[in-house]
Design a protein around this ligand. Sequence first.
Ligand code: HEC
Length: 150
Amino acid sequence: MIKTFAAATTAALLLVGMASPATADDDATVAYRQDVMSVAGAGMGALGCFMKGECGLDGKVLARSAKAIALVGELSQDAFKDPAADAMVETTAVPAIWENWDAFSGGLQAMTDAADELAVAAREADKAAMGPLMQKLGGTCKECHDNFRK
Ligand code: HEC
């Protein structure tokens, strides 16, 4: 999955690279980091659906959803590194990210750690154990979005 994602991104970068260079590259950079983040949204959606009793997902799927979120935290360390300041596409990222990179990067690490921790309980599809860990993970999303998104 990662390989396909990387290949698609590279292809996208090559394509837009043929248009006006600087802005086009920045647009692709923003689109890529948003794509990465949306994987975290999908993972939380699956886990939340299970917690509410609406989706009968098994432990293996739940653990992988949590692991996908941990991976988003890892990929984001690079995906967000470039401010892509000349991007024309819409972004909700604020300049404070690059003025406080260590705090932002630490937030991504907290997300990865919380998701890895959740994956262990998720493997057993243990709702009681998952509850507080879901809260903890959700708190890392909220804290960063509150501080670093418009
Ligand atoms: C350390 C910071 C940070 C953490 C932690 C974080 N996010 Fe984000 N997220 C961002 C930023 C910044 C953006 C805006 C990106 C942009 O528009 O360029 C974003 C955007 C998003 C988007 C919108 C993507 C799009 O298509 O525009 C979703 C969905 C999302 N995050 C989900 C999550 C979830 C779920 C978590 C927790 C499991 C999470 N994020 C944790 C910083 C963070």
